[in-house]
Ligand binder design. Structure first.
Ligand SMILES: [Zn+2]
Length: 400
């Protein structure tokens, strides 16, 4: 159901599912006031981007003294009640707008976000304080003489030379900073208004995977370096062990990045799994794992690789705890088999429509298990009853 606008600053919703989470079929709107502002941001987008809209003319006439539509900075102080709801979101809207400089005629040098997505007034604050008019365009400033810090900046010099030498007339344009393609969806603006731009982009990536909740929570805590590794315990003054040395390799201090990525055991696991899951290189740290490593995964192996990454993290943590609390050291080959079996164990949780993306990895893992003599050795070991139970369960469920 579409919200009903009676006035610009009031939204009435007649749909009881309006605030229901998106995954349950609702809109996921938790703040109607902010949603209304985001909704009205669409009007600002039409004005600033030059899109066809009959409302542009009266707004520019009444509140901008017929200024060009790309200059949304000089507003009249008074505003009629009908339009009042439009202006509270304007400052935030301008902050989310990126200007692409073409000929420099339609971009404000000091106020628009055109220099590395920032407004130069924040970069050269002292120079900005000395200017007589903040509404000068990029062309007007850069084709004149540059003084102070402006004259020393290489990027400005590059734009200046381009503006002087460019033949033709490439117009400036506006892009929306919150989306990759530069378009304006109301949803992105609403999210920005809700979290004030502080939303963590990594958290949804970590939780967006068909794994048990506690595994997802553990991955997130480890990424945030909140799990109780020995270096963290030592820093808090509650380390019961006399050392912070990693007990799996005894070669370095146990930290999140060491335990899961730099420890020889962890490195060996990642190296073994790389050809099975078709990722070209192994992550070297937590920020690296959910950053460049995850981004550079090819689409067809993104799900399987991100799934096995969570298994690796969880099983390394269990092996470490087993070593510390039960004095049981598990070999790399046994740990690798545990990882393989747990991966297969989690497969049924993957939605059927996504299952075809896991076919290759499942086949590779099954081949590894089939030809591994270690599996039987591990099964015979009394120290790994949990794995034996897992193997029997998997066999019972038909995964082997
Ligand atoms: Zn280690």
């Amino acid at each position: 159901m579409v919200p009903i606008l009676t006035r610009l600053d009031v939204v009435w919703s007649v749909d009881t599912g309006f605030a229901t989470l998106g995954i349950r079929g609702g809109w996921g709107i938790i703040n109607l006031e902010e949603f209304n502002r985001a909704f009205l941001g669409r009007w600002w987008w039409k004005i600033s981007s030059g899109g066809p809209w009959c409302g542009s003319a009266p707004i520019l006439h009444n509140y901008y003294h017929h200024q060009p539509r790309w200059n949304l900075w000089r507003t009249r102080s008074r505003c009629c009640s009908f339009w009042q709801g439009l202006f509270p979101s304007l400052e935030v809207f301008r902050a989310c707008l990126r200007s692409i400089v073409g000929n420099g005629n339609c971009t404000l040098f000091w106020l628009d976000n055109w220099y590395d997505d920032q407004a130069p007034k924040y970069l050269w604050w002292e120079d900005f304080q000395a200017v007589t008019s903040p509404f000068t365009t990029v062309r007007e400033v850069l084709t004149g003489s540059l003084t102070g810090g402006l004259g020393l900046d290489l990027s400005l010099a590059s734009v200046r030379s381009r503006l002087i030498s460019t033949v033709g007339d490439c117009p400036d344009s506006k892009r929306w900073k919150l989306t990759q393609d530069g378009s304006f969806p109301v949803r992105s603006f609403y999210r920005f208004l809700i979290d004030r731009g502080l939303r963590c982009n990594i958290t949804p990536v970590i939780f967006k995977c068909p794994v048990p909740r506690k595994i997802a929570a553990f991955s997130w805590l480890a990424w945030d370096k909140k799990i109780l590794t020995l270096d963290t315990l030592f820093a808090r003054g509650c380390n019961k062990l006399p050392t912070t040395t990693c007990l799996l390799c005894c070669s370095d201090e146990e930290s999140c990045d060491h335990l899961f990525f730099k420890c020889p055991i962890a490195r060996g696991l990642w190296t073994q799994l790389a050809p099975l899951f078709a990722f070209s290189w192994s992550p070297s740290s937590y920020s690296n794992l959910w950053g460049s490593w995850y981004r550079e995964l090819s689409p067809h192996c993104k799900l399987s690789s991100s799934l096995i990454a969570r298994v690796v993290l969880w099983q390394i943590w269990l092996a470490r705890n087993n070593c510390i609390f039960n004095y049981v050291f598990i070999s790399t080959s046994a740990l690798f088999l545990k990882i393989c079996y747990m991966y297969l164990y989690w497969i049924p949780a993957v939605p059927p429509r996504e299952m075809h993306r896991l076919d290759e990895s499942i086949a590779a893992i099954r081949r590894c298990i089939q030809f591994s003599d270690s599996a039987h050795k591990v099964l015979d070991s009394d120290e790994h009853d949990d794995l034996g139970g897992l193997l029997l369960l998997l066999g019972f469920c038909g995964h082997l």
